[in-house]
Write a protein that binds this ligand. Sequence first.
Ligand SMILES: [Zn+2]
Length: 124
Amino acid sequence: MSSTVSKVCKISSIIVGILCFIGGIVLGKALGGRDFNFVSMIATWVGSFLFCLFLYAVGELIDLLVAANNNLIVLAEQQEELASHSCAPSASPAPASGDWVCKKCGAHNKADHRFCKECDTYKQ
Ligand SMILES: [Zn+2]
């Protein structure tokens, strides 16, 4: 998963790299006059390489932060879910039509039973 900002950073680092590669050669020719100026060309390359590395690292860092942020959100959601589950009262299943729950012991009895199967309390 990568964000738009990190994509822009990475793509622009590649574009800057290509431009500076050409720029280094142009600069070397311009500064060198008749002789090619290798020093300024290599200096431009090294400088642009570091800049591209920095841009790419920023993009990578944004990716890491976004991933960490997403993990935190997922973790928070999981904890919330866990909390809501543990707090929820354990609801007994609703009796089927006609079935009844004993008022004395809470046993689930069939509709055709008049007395509780557990404690023999009369159905009310
Ligand atoms: Zn009962």
